[in-house]
Design a protein around this ligand. Structure first.
Ligand code: BG6
Length: 508
């Protein structure tokens, strides 16, 4: 029996390997001296290379304002990609030969001409056919200027004969409100058409997030319960232990609502609440997500406090160490009113979810990093044990664990063994990687590979971006323009579960 199971698992893992190969291309990382390139982009490309998923050839050209030679860039990336003690890795030697660095002035089309010659000029590698990806790893206020320069230099266009494909990867935030998101989109569409644009939300590429649709729609037993008749409320939590770190310049303007809610939290909401598309195809899935956003009940800005808790972390203990409060972090104004925590209650006005609150919670410097979706079922309609049991019957809860435990767990009631009728709450756990033996990709590897393959499934479509902003912009305006802004921002000590007002909800 065990052999049959193992054979089955092995063949299931084999059949999960992508058999389509990405075409050779050049990946141009704009903002290559920055943190995202070092922490995520190049290490992910290196892992794709190690797993044999990177096309051959594939050049990575880092661009930035900082002057750096190819060798200096390679050395910097080597430190980021290789664990200490592995610095002589021969695989690195092979990979690093395709890493280059060009210092560039983003506003000056002249400075992009050299890049164009390298990618499209007569001396280019013929195997690459001019295929190119431009990854905007720069601060968001540089997006429009760079896109304009790419367009003016002819690097965006696919129309010239045999110029290969050209793709643009845009990191969130896509604007800072509805109007700016629409303006950014107009600028991008001035040079790139929708098929060329890849708006990243790395949450979509997390394995356990991708699994939400599989869990819901590849099983017959959960979906009949997945509605207002059986579900009391849903709580989506993305708690972080880290603080703002060195990103105060960006975070001061963004705050938690723009940083986490407009994108990641809204994506988790859509996947949890959407209807099944008729086929697992990009546009059909995106259409269903957009319908969820269209059902969002407009936020009642008159009673903000009933539906929104905002907080900001003060000094506190994290992992036994005293850490600074947000206002003492480098680059943060000492009287900053930027929220680092939010809990927002949203309602979906549609047939399935009418009356079911969705609580979305995210914050920095909370007790621990934990990302989970809690589906809280209703209590049993009638307790036949009410004369026998002293205790109340706890309602079922399903947890979709995204971090740290990648799991699905279901809590239900059983009889405690023994002569007396007592209840015992037990949990049935499925660990996502148990019995798995195939390759695993992290979120950035997956989005980079999908972009090379031209697959948009795990990216954001502009209508959804705008619908999310339509919902959140009035919330942001309500918070930022209200007269008692300072009083509405509740302090919480770092290393706790947030402001007291949130704790009283007793949701975690
Ligand atoms: C990013 C936010 O998009 O997501 C960060 O800008 C946040 O502030 C991060 O820390 C969280 O991502 P993850 O994958 O660590 O949960």
């Amino acid at each position: 029996m065990e052999t049959i199971v193992n054979d089955y698992l092995e063949s299931a893992s084999r059949s999960c390997i992508i058999n389509q190969r990405a075409e050779p291309c050049t990946v141009v990382v704009l903002g290559a001296s920055g943190d995202l390139t070092t922490r995520k982009i190049v290490p992910s490309i290196f892992r794709l290379f190690l797993n044999g998923d990177l096309p051959e050839p594939c050049n990575i050209i880092g661009c930035g304002r900082t002057g750096m030679s190819d060798i200096e860039f390679r050395n910097k990336m080597q430190k980021a990609c290789l664990a200490p003690g592995m610095t002589k890795d021969s695989e690195w030697g092979r990979f690093s030969r395709s890493l280059f660095y060009r210092s560039i002035d983003y506003d000056n089309p002249e400075s992009f001409k050299g890049l164009k010659d390298e990618i499209l000029g007569p001396g280019r590698d013929p195997l690459m056919h001019g295929n190119r990806i431009f990854y905007l790893a720069v601060p968001p206020w540089l997006y429009e200027g760079i896109v304009h320069t790419l367009g003016m230099t002819g690097l965006a266009s696919e129309s010239q004969d045999r110029s290969g494909w050209s793709r643009l990867v845009v990191e969130k935030p896509f604007g800072h409100d509805l109007a700016s998101a629409m303006k950014l989109d107009r600028s991008i569409h001035g040079y790139f058409h929708e098929d060329q644009i890849f708006r990243i939300d790395h949450y979509l590429a997390k394995e356990t997030v991708q699994n939400i649709l599989t869990f819901r729609f590849a099983n017959a037993i959960f979906e009949p319960l997945w509605n207002r008749n059986y579900i009391d409320h849903v709580h989506i939590i993305a708690a972080e232990a880290l603080g703002v770190e060195h990103r105060a310049g960006y975070y001061e303007k963004a705050g938690v609502l723009r940083d986490m809610f407009q994108n990641h939290m809204m994506q988790l909401l859509a996947l949890t609440a959407m209807e099944p598309p008729s086929r697992f195809e990009t546009d059909r899935v995106m259409d269903e997500k957009a319908k969820v956003y269209r059902s969002l009940r407009p936020f009642n800005t008159k009673n903000m406090r009933d539906n929104l808790v905002l907080g900001q972390y003060g000094p506190g203990l994290v992992d036994g160490k005293m850490v600074k409060g947000y206002r003492e972090e480098k680059g943060v104004a000492p009287d900053s009113l930027t929220p680092t925590f939010a809990m927002i209650k949203v309602m979906l006005d549609n047939w399935r979810w009418n009356g079911v609150p969705f609580y979305l919670t995210s914050g920095k410097r909370l007790a621990r990093k934990q990302t989970e979706i809690h589906i809280q079922f209703k209590k049993v309609p009638h307790s036949m044990f009410r004369h026998t049991l002293m205790e109340e019957i706890i309602a079922n809860r399903l947890i979709l664990g995204i971090y740290p435990d990648e799991k699905i767990s279901m809590t239900f009631q059983t009889k405690n063994p023994g002569p007396k009728m007592c209840l015992r709450s037990v949990t049935m756990d499925f660990n996502y990687y148990k019995d798995h033996s195939g390759p695993v990709m992290d979120a950035y590897e997956k989005v980079l590979l999908d972009c090379m393959l031209g697959d948009h499934m795990l990216f954001c479509r502009q209508d959804a971006v705008e619908l999310c902003w339509s919902f959140l912009t009035p919330v942001l305006e309500g918070c930022e323009k209200c007269s008692n802004r300072a009083q509405s921002l509740l302090p919480y000590p770092a290393g706790t579960w947030g402001p007291d007002a949130f704790k009283s909800l007793d949701m975690l």
